[in-house]
Write a protein that binds this ligand. Structure first.
Ligand SMILES: Cc1ncc(COP(=O)(O)O)c(C=O)c1O
Length: 405
């Protein structure tokens, strides 16, 4: 088990600071390329979505939806699991949510109590896991990853205590794009602790199929989203699949939180899903090509990749020899207009890694990597940006002086 206490301020995200910096200094920067945000960019093809919304449909959007979600959307989800994984899900177990974000919140609220008040999170994790837990006044500890940045069953088992309310797993993972295989999923289920499986990137697997926890057990909580796989983050649509015994409580909590997910989003979402589901193989092919470009270029120029992603939209560069992750993210932003995500948000102590979203166009990815290569090899630059706060205090990096040496 890794440290129980989190020694940096989780309510202050380093990525936010990098964005603030990019806004403040936008006029000074190279034409900016944003590979920091977690959106599926290159295959968000709006011109392919010719959606007709008739008067009747439009009239229906100004009402509350069913708390568990529109029947048509839940039927899509049900069919998907039936057709692709051979899993029969009762519609009642499917709760449509405001993105995977709300599904996570609901699962945390349901599974964490006064005595079972602690989550086991992956060592490297989507930062909102600990943010949501902290917002609920709950605790968390981290299970160390294995040497390949995947889930280690031994570490998870060693992290269990009498206070453990749930284990959070994320497969394919953000940030590494690692898939937890069926054997490990089975081993996790044997630990006999409720599992919350965040499968937001499962449909963007290109190396091998990413199994769903639902193929192994019906006793746990499974989360997914349309934000990444179908590139529709703006509609805020995701879902939570709960065990039979939690259906009623989930509906009650959803009613308390926001009554229902926007019906306008759900109607529009259904129409877009119809159009986009069939294109998933193209999206995966696109991501594989970009991943291959990234891996070969990094290899060619001696940029260290933490590991080769098997799925999803992110790759992690080990830039520890150039400084802290925030310092490197600041430097790439200010010196070459590349906005990437510092990984101090994803793991403490700071691993000195940065995350790149490779779902941009291949041309943009190529330019980003060129700029990084030049920047890292250019140790004696003429125009040098010195952050006055630098990384001694990561929270203080909004004051810059331009120094010409
Ligand atoms: C692992 C993971 N889970 C959940 C989410 C939240 O996604 P959504 O847009 O569906 O709320 C994200 C978003 O980046 C994510 O990376």
């Amino acid at each position: 088990m890794l440290t129980d206490t989190y020694n940096s301020n989780i309510f202050s995200l380093a990525l936010d600071k990098i964005y603030q910096l990019s806004t403040t200094y936008s006029s000074n920067l190279n034409p900016l390329i944003d590979v920091g945000l977690g959106a599926s960019v290159g295959f968000n093809q709006w011109h392919d979505d010719s959606i007709n919304l008739d008067q009747d449909t439009l009239r229906q959007v100004n009402v509350y939806a069913e708390p568990s979600g529109e029947l048509s959307l839940r039927k899509y989800i049900q069919n998907h699991y039936q057709k692709h994984l051979g899993i029969e899900l009762s519609l009642d177990r499917i709760m449509v949510t405001n993105g995977a974000s709300e599904a996570l919140l609901l699962a945390f609220m349901i599974l964490l109590s006064k005595t079972k008040n602690k989550l086991i999170l992956p060592e490297f994790h989507y930062p909102c896991y600990k943010l949501l837990a902290a917002m609920l006044g709950k605790r968390f500890c981290f299970a160390a990853a294995d040497s390949d940045y995947n889930c280690s069953i031994e570490s998870v088992a060693a992290s269990i205590s009498k206070e453990t309310g749930a284990i959070v797993i994320n497969s394919p993972s953000n940030p590494f794009g690692k898939i937890i295989d069926t054997t490990r999923l089975q081993a996790l289920c044997k630990l006999d602790i409720p599992i919350i499986a965040d499968e937001t990137y499962r449909l963007l697997s290109f190396e091998k199929q990413s199994p769903s926890l639902l193929s192994v057990s019906q006793q746990h909580f499974v989360i997914n989203s349309f934000s990444k796989s179908l590139a529709m983050p703006g509609l805020r649509l995701g879902y939570l699949i709960v065990p039979e015994s939690y259906i009623e409580q989930t509906i009650t909590f959803k009613l308390g939180l926001n009554i229902s997910t926007s019906i306008a989003s759900q109607i529009l979402g259904c129409k877009m899903i119809e159009n986009r589901l069939g294109k998933l193989p193209n999206y995966s092919k696109y991501l594989r090509q970009n991943r291959d470009l990234l891996v070969s270029k990094c290899r060619q120029h001696g940029i260290k990749l933490a590991c080769s992603p098997e799925a999803g939209i992110f790759a992690v560069l080990d830039t520890s020899k150039y400084g802290s992750s925030v310092a490197v993210a600041e430097r790439l932003l200010m010196e070459c207009g590349v906005l990437c995500a510092p990984m101090s948000d994803f793991r403490q102590p700071d691993p000195g890694f940065i995350r790149i979203n490779y779902s941009c166009s291949a041309e943009q990815l190529d330019t980003v990597l060129d700029r990084i290569v030049v920047n890292f090899s250019n140790t004696h630059r003429k125009n040098h940006f010195i952050p006055t706060g630098e990384t001694k205090n990561e929270a203080t990096h909004n004051e810059y002086n331009r120094i010409v040496v």
